[in-house]
Structure formats: structure tokens, C-alpha cells
Design a protein around this ligand. Structure first.
Ligand code: UDP
Length: 261
């Protein structure tokens, strides 16, 4: 597979073309942003961990029949994915109220929701990803009714699976963000899961202590983001070493592991 030119650069990832027009390379950067790009930093090793964690979750989802864009991880920072037309909606899934919803609606932080709540935000940095209703999606043709129904079904299965997967390793899945894309298969258009699922896009709290193991460590200046993401990776069985892993160690360790294969 030959890597071609840069197709798109987002806040945390870069997409490159390949010699196959249906496939692209997704590169995970170390850049972290929050509050609609107002807070920015580079956290060495973050991209490596997100690449591994997202690969793990998406390949597990694939095994339970959730079609997604991941073909394979190429190396520490890159994966080969199917080129899709991204639906311009961020699907936010909440099991526990925290973050923006608590401020917007005056809900107490940590309120456990009776049912998972799906919210829709328009993907627009310029507008600050505004919250929208399903009616807006239909009114402005951002997706069809059929696509939304399909996506909602997939979301509930993804949520069930991920709650169980994280519960098994002592982590509560509080909320997360998903993106979906359209793909032509044998002339028929399909909607599949796209983007990434990682501690950058999920809120993950330790089951016993409620310690935050996700991007809130950056948003709220809690520090120790790499140790937290490493902890998630270790618990999921992706990293096995005992030591307290620094970003540099993560990189070293993984390249050693790769060479041994
Ligand atoms: N999220 C994301 N990207 C975004 C917005 C939200 O990955 O552009 C994730 C976020 O990490 C959290 C969930 O979606 O797990 C809900 O985020 P919320 O709406 O509470 O946003 P915030 O509090 O960050 O403004």
C-alpha cells in the first residue's frame, strides 16, 4: 500500500490518500484540543494510544456485526480505513449526565440516565458543533430518516457492547461521540461506523474511584493524561508491561513488540 497526499487534516487526525481509491490512511496526531479549539496542546504519545485503543474497539465491534471503516492498523500511528462520505452529525451517547448537558440543562453532574440518551450535534467548527434536533437533520437533508433509524439501532448495540467491555475491566462508560459514513457497496449505499473510539471521544471513569481516564484530564487540567490512557489500554489487554508508562516508553515498547512478531 502506497501512502499518497494529504486529503484532510482535522484536530486530532490526518487522512492521506493511497493507491487504492477506496482506501485511505488515518494518522493519529498527538494534538489535543478542547472547547471548540480554544484550548490546544500536544501530548506526546496520545496518538499512539488512541490508534491502539480505537483499533481494539472497532475490531471488537466488527466481530459483533457492527460494520465500520477499519481495515487494519498499519503501524503505531496509522490505520488503513475505507473512504466514506461522513454524515455531518456528531452522535453523542450518554449513560450518565456530565459535561455540556449538565450546564445546558442544569442537571446534577453524575446523574445516571434511565435509558441511554442520544443527542445530535452538527459537525461545524465554525458554529461550535451546535446541538440540533432530528427534525433539523431531516429538514436540511443531512441524513435520511432511514439512515437515522439505522444509525440509532447501531448506536444502541455499540453502547451495550462497550458498556459491557469497559465494565469487565472496571471502567464506567459515561458518554461518547460517534460518527458514521456512507459507503457504496455493489452499487448500494450503506451506513457504517467511522472516525475513532478512544479516550479522546469517550468519558471513562474508574468503576470504584470515579477517577477520570479520558480527555477530561486535559479539558480540566487534571494532568497525567498519558498514564490514564495507558491504564485504559492496559486494562483492555492491549499493553501488558508493568511499569508506569510514559509516552516515550509506550512508543519504545510498541516498536519492540512489533519487531518481535
Ligand atoms: N465529544 C467528542 N467530540 C466533540 C464533542 C464531544 O468526542 O466534538 C465527546 C466527549 O469526549 C464526551 C461526549 O462526546 O465523551 C459528550 O461530550 P459533551 O457534549 O459533554 O461535550 P463537552 O462537555 O466536552 O463540551
Amino acid at each position: 500500500m502506497k501512502k499518497g497526499k494529504k486529503l484532510y487534516e482535522g484536530k486530532a487526525k490526518i487522512i492521506y490518500t493511497t493507491n487504492d481509491k477506496n482506501l485511505v490512511i488515518q494518522y493519529f496526531k498527538d494534538d489535543a484540543t478542547a472547547f471548540n479549539n480554544q484550548k490546544k496542546s500536544t501530548i506526546e504519545g496520545k496518538g499512539v494510544l488512541n490508534n491502539r485503543i480505537s483499533e481494539h474497539i472497532l475490531s471488537n465491534l466488527s466481530q459483533i456485526g457492527i460494520k465500520n471503516h477499519l481495515l487494519k492498523r498499519l503501524n503505531m500511528r496509522e490505520q488503513v480505513i475505507k473512504l466514506v462520505e461522513i454524515i455531518p452529525i456528531e452522535f453523542i451517547v450518554r449513560n450518565v449526565a456530565t459535561g455540556s448537558i449538565t450546564k445546558r440543562l442544569g442537571i446534577e453532574d453524575g446523574t445516571v440516565l434511565k435509558e441511554p440518551l442520544i443527542e445530535y450535534c452538527l459537525k461545524s467548527d465554525k458554529l461550535g458543533d451546535p446541538l440540533i434536533a432530528e427534525e433539523h437533520i431531516l429538514a436540511f437533508d443531512w441524513a435520511t430518516k432511514k439512515e437515522i433509524e439505522k444509525v440509532k439501532k447501531m448506536i444502541l448495540r455499540i453502547n451495550d457492547f462497550m458498556i459491557g467491555m469497559f465494565r469487565g475491566v472496571g471502567i464506567k462508560l459515561i458518554d461518547f461521540k460517534l460518527e458514521f459514513g456512507r459507503l457504496k457497496v455493489n452499487g448500494k449505499e450503506e451506513v457504517i461506523l467511522a472516525d475513532e473510539i478512544s479516550p479522546d471521544t469517550c468519558r471513562l471513569w474508574d468503576s470504584i474511584t470515579d477517577k477520570k481516564l479520558d480527555k477530561d484530564r486535559f479539558r480540566k487540567n487534571l494532568g497525567d493524561l498519558i498514564p490514564a490512557y495507558t491504564e485504559v489500554a492496559k486494562r483492555l489487554g492491549i499493553l501488558h508491561e508493568q511499569s508506569n508508562v510514559s509516552a516515550v516508553n509506550v512508543t519504545k515498547l510498541s516498536s519492540v513488540k512489533r519487531k518481535r512478531k
